[in-house]
Design a protein around this ligand. Structure first.
Ligand code: TYM
Length: 378
């Protein structure tokens, strides 16, 4: 693959992603300044992930907002494929989703696709993916979603809720559609071929339009969902997409739960975080200190700076100072890394406590069939 090529699919992200090109490839809309102003007007806040372009693209977000202003409610949905522990990239759509829930006071469904990861990964048993689903659920709960407005769906546990909807969806998807979108072959297992129907099902769990905050890699599933929605008399899901946080090893890959070296997990200890950042975080600095002081570093490719920008430094003026000092050579790579290590460890200290507390109240969040009966598709 040459340096200007990239691949983004739900199961594989590679290369240096050009997000403007991706918008064209996927046929999504860039989040315009008008849309940003509208969101700001309605929510009364300018979220740093919107301001910094971490959420950069959408489908029908304008409709969601127009309808909301007319008094028409929507609901939220997002998910996780439990192939391992949660990493900080996964938290991006969830932190933003929590903000949306607070601002719009709407219901949220969180799907854990233990079946999907079992189908997709040769080396994982179904028991393992189900266990990771429960672990990942703790991270979601720890972010503070409202228990009375949030339901967690684990595919293998709550299939009874999903299956009637998935069946309606599945009947409208041809093998040639999924093949074209995902590149399936005759060797692909049939679990994978059916799977998009299950990821689509929560979109229609309530008779309202859904808004899905998610990483852009998951868009292809919902492109299919949107294509079939009208065929089953449902409203197309709306989406808001975030960029992919790069692997610790640098641009050219996303952070991935199955590669230890490229990843900061929410379960990492302070020592492990320190070691990983110091050892692996790709640096935009020069190879020796004299050079660095003379030429300066490149924050735009520096992974530590990017993590601060995307997630860990919410104060714009502090971020700008780091950018300027690193670029001018006043700040060294080691100093930049230690700012990031401190920020991550401060965040994880609180997050890990909340994660432990969540073990006690996980049942308050899991979906019960009774709860959903009223909203079922006819
Ligand atoms: P999964 O587990 O791969 O990812 C969970 C969520 O995190 C996003 N994400 C990232 N965001 C930023 N930087 C990264 N490096 C990064 N890696 C992952 C993903 O885009 C996703 O939003 N099939 C799905 C599970 C799922 C789902 C959904 C996701 C089921 N229903 C509805 C989104 C919306 C999966 O395997 O996600």
């Amino acid at each position: 693959m040459s340096s200007d090529e990239f691949v983004v699919t739900p199961w594989h992200v590679e290369g240096d992603i050009d997000y403007d090109k991706l918008i064209k490839q996927f046929g999504t809309q860039k989040i315009s300044n008008d849309l940003l102003s509208k969101l700001q007007k309605i929510t009364g806040e300018d979220h740093f992930m919107l301001r910094r372009g971490v959420f950069f693209s959408h489908r029908d977000l304008n409709l969601i907002l127009e309808n909301f202003e007319k008094g028409k409610e929507f609901f939220l949905y997002t998910g996780r494929g439990p192939s391992g522990h949660t990493h900080i990239g996964h938290l991006i759509p969830w932190v933003f989703a929590k903000w949306l829930q607070d601002k719009f006071n709407v219901n949220m469904y969180f799907q854990l696709t233990d079946d999907e990861k079992f189908f997709a990964k040769q080396d994982l048993s179904l028991d393992q993916t189900t266990n990771f689903a429960l672990e990942n659920a703790l991270d979601f709960i720890a972010l503070g979603f409202k228990p009375d407005k949030t339901k967690i769906i684990i595919n293998t546990k709550h299939i009874k809720t999903l299956y009637p909807i998935a069946a309606q969806v599945a009947k409208k998807i041809n093998f040639s559609n999924t093949k074209a979108v995902f590149g399936f072959t005759n060797e692909t297992n049939v679990g994978m071929i059916f799977y998009t129907s299950l990821q689509s099902a929560p979109c229609f769990i309530e008779n309202k339009q859904v808004l899905i905050p998610l990483g852009v890699d998951q868009d292809p599933h919902f492109r299919i969902t949107r294509d079939i929605a009208q065929k089953i008399n449902k409203t197309k899901p709306a989406l808001i997409h975030n960029i992919m946080i790069p692997s610790l090893l640098g641009p050219g890959g996303k952070m991935s739960a199955s590669d230890e070296k490229s990843t900061i997990y929410t379960t990492d200890s302070p020592e492990v975080v320190k070691k990983k950042i110091n050892k692996y975080a790709f640096s935009g600095g020069q190879s020796d200190i004299d050079e660095h002081r003379k030429i300066g570093g490149n924050p735009d490719i520096d992974v530590s700076y990017q993590y601060l920008r995307i997630f860990f430094e919410r104060d714009d003026s502090k971020l700008k100072k780091i950018y300027d000092d690193y670029k001018s050579g006043k700040m060294l790579t080691g100093e930049l890394k230690s700012i990031l290590i401190e920020k991550i460890n401060k965040f994880l200290l609180v997050h890990q406590q909340k994660r432990q507390e969540a073990r006690k109240n996980i049942d308050d969040y899991t979906v019960s069939y009774k709860h959903l009966r009223a909203h079922e598709t006819e």
